[in-house]
Design a protein around this ligand. Sequence first.
Ligand code: SF4
Ligand code: SF4
Length: 124
Amino acid sequence: MPFIITDPCIETKDTACVDVCPVDCIHPRKDEPEFAQATMLYIHPEECIDCGACVPACPVAAIYESTDATPSHQKDLIEANAVYRNGDADAMAQAEAIVKAHVAAQPALMAIPAAERQAAHASH
Ligand code: SF4
Ligand code: SF4
């Protein structure tokens, strides 16, 4: 079961998770050219070793331990994590399109500051 990054990452994107990931499976990193254009970061589902180090590192609780643990209003982002690949323009566009649709579909939740959004999702 891979770990999943969700929408509180969108305005935050501070890469604290990247710094603690032992297998470098979270992208894009700050030193990768894709970083500027990526709306959020993504965990490669096959490279993640489920160590859990990224969860407490995230200042906005954006990371869930499994697809099952991901809240209902964030489940569309499971696919965004799954399809994103650095250096693959089509895969990046697919992931970003999912994120864009996610943001557009939930204006009320996305209006909540990133640091408070995890709690708002939990109550849905
Ligand atoms: S659970 Fe571990 S391996 Fe997976 S993304 Fe988080 S830090 Fe990286
Ligand atoms: S630590 Fe959290 S907010 Fe920061 S980049 Fe990682 S998932 Fe996004």
